[in-house]
Design a binder for this molecule. Structure first.
Ligand code: T4K
Length: 403
């Protein structure tokens, strides 16, 4: 255990971890089962184009999301784009800035205009009142994000969308297996989009899905993700290739098999982080509502530099030197990135404040209780001696980040 600031690897001590401890280690499930599935696909020589594994995956995702239709895709970014096209979106789409840039890029790539609104600091998700105020005659849709798997204010968004006659879709990239008032994420708005990227709670190497109860929308998305072919191989409109391959579906199914176990481990890790970091001034562990189902997939802490004397970026640097590879999810907000910063400058105070503070710490099935204890020892040492850490860091390289 490190007792002095000088023991930290960033100041010349040895790294606490020999191997990197990552955020976003894949949930791969039972490897033998994965290879069985891939072998089955190879034996049957059916590798993609809506094969049986992709169909089975869709069925299981639809069940988990409590919806009638699921179209699997090659990733969530393309799924968002398929949805935008299938729903004939145009003009402006309102969304949060505090998200992975894929949310905005997906729409911008199609020539739509992302309009960023601020978050409600109580939920870290898009604020429905601000969204309502941002609706213009050019607005065609609202796309809230269930950030870190914590559901948005779904009832309020439903009302805003209905009152203004705009469409409502959710970026549910983080939300698989979560509920809002007992209702599963996946069934809100006209449709929702999941990500099955390697780093997500269920992994299909790369993958995504559009889930919905709207049959017509589902059919259109399905056609569009396969070049515009409807059943009977009639091409009705310009589609793209957004299909999920069978190898991805094999991984997705195997990862789904291990979903409950993964969530269980994530929850135990969340409890361990909570108790290890309890009472540490200037640090908050982002809470999940225990009354709901959560996937506990992102372990987010909020570092208040005014209290600790250490900026989030310096804590990140300290941890990385120890081989703890954290992620600044999601910083900066999209509105502070190109092309949005130049095209449509806005100020979003709550987003900007939170984006300066948040850090994702390692969790997932490969992170042990002992790992967490050691990570938290470093966090505690760094924050409790925050002013000394910042001073020493500034002596080495003058800081560009004000605490
Ligand atoms: N909407 C939202 C709200 C999203 O968060 C995302 C994606 C999307 C939409 C779009 O979904 P997709 O089109 O990707 O399906 C990662 C993921 O690439 C991205 O999917 C995800 N969100 C985002 C939150 O995280 P990066 O740039 O942070 O990934 P990277 O390569 O830096 O890896 C992060 C950590 O994961 C590293 O510490 C290493 C670890 N890792 C990564 C990979 C790829 C592994 O341990 N194994 C791996 O195979 O974006």
């Amino acid at each position: 255990m490190k007792r002095n600031v000088g023991d930290l690897a960033v100041f010349g001590g040895s790294s606490a971890f020999l191997q990197p401890l990552h955020v976003g280690r894949p949930n791969v499930g039972d490897r033998a089962r994965f290879f069985d599935r891939v072998n089955w696909a190879l034996d049957h020589q059916w590798l993609t184009n809506g094969g049986p594994l992709a169909r089975e995956f869709e069925q299981r995702v639809a069940e988990l999301a409590g919806v009638r239709y699921c179209v699997s895709t090659c990733n969530a970014t393309v799924a968002l784009q398929l949805l935008a096209r299938a729903a004939d979106l145009s003009g402006e789409v309102i969304m949060p800035s505090l998200t992975f840039p894929a949310t905005a890029h997906a729409f911008r790539w199609l020539g739509l205009t992302p309009v960023f609104c601020d978050i409600d600091p109580a939920t870290s998700c898009l604020d429905p009142a601000l969204v309502e105020a941002a609706i213009t005659p050019r607005t065609s849709a609202i796309v809230p994000v269930h950030l870190w798997g914590r559901p948005c204010a779904v009832d309020q968004f439903e009302k805003v969308a209905a009152d203004h006659g705009v469409q409502l879709f959710y970026d549910a990239a983080h939300g698989l297996g979560c509920t809002s008032e007992g209702r599963p994420v996946g069934g809100f708005g006209q449709a929702e989009v999941f990500s099955f990227h390697a780093t997500k709670v269920v992994n299909a190497f790369e993958g995504g899905a559009v889930v919905t109860d709207d049959e017509e929308l589902a059919q259109r998305v399905r056609a569009m993700h396969n070049f515009g072919f409807t059943q009977g191989r009639v091409c009705t409109e310009a589609g793209t290739n957004g299909k999920m391959a069978e190898a991805s579906a094999a991984m997705g199914l195997t990862s789904l098999d291990a979903f409950e176990e993964t969530v269980h481990r994530n929850e135990a890790n969340y409890d361990d982080y909570q108790s290890e970091l309890a009472g540490l001034a200037g640090l908050k562990v982002m809470r999940f509502d225990r009354a709901e189902r959560n996937n506990y997939h992102y372990l987010i802490v909020e570092v208040d530099a005014a209290v600790t004397g250490v900026h989030r970026d310096l804590l990140d640097t300290v941890l990385r030197a120890e081989n703890v590879v954290c992620q600044r999810y999601f910083s900066p907000g999209c509105h502070e990135m190109e092309p949005y910063r130049s095209e449509r400058p806005v100020t979003l105070p709550h987003t900007e404040r939170l984006a300066q503070k948040v850090l994702a710490l390692p969790t997932g099935p490969t992170v042990s209780r002992e790992d967490i204890r050691r990570v938290c020892d470093i966090v505690r040492l760094t924050l409790e001696r925050g002013h000394e850490v910042t001073r020493r860091a500034d002596e080495r390289v003058p800081s560009t980040v004000a605490p």
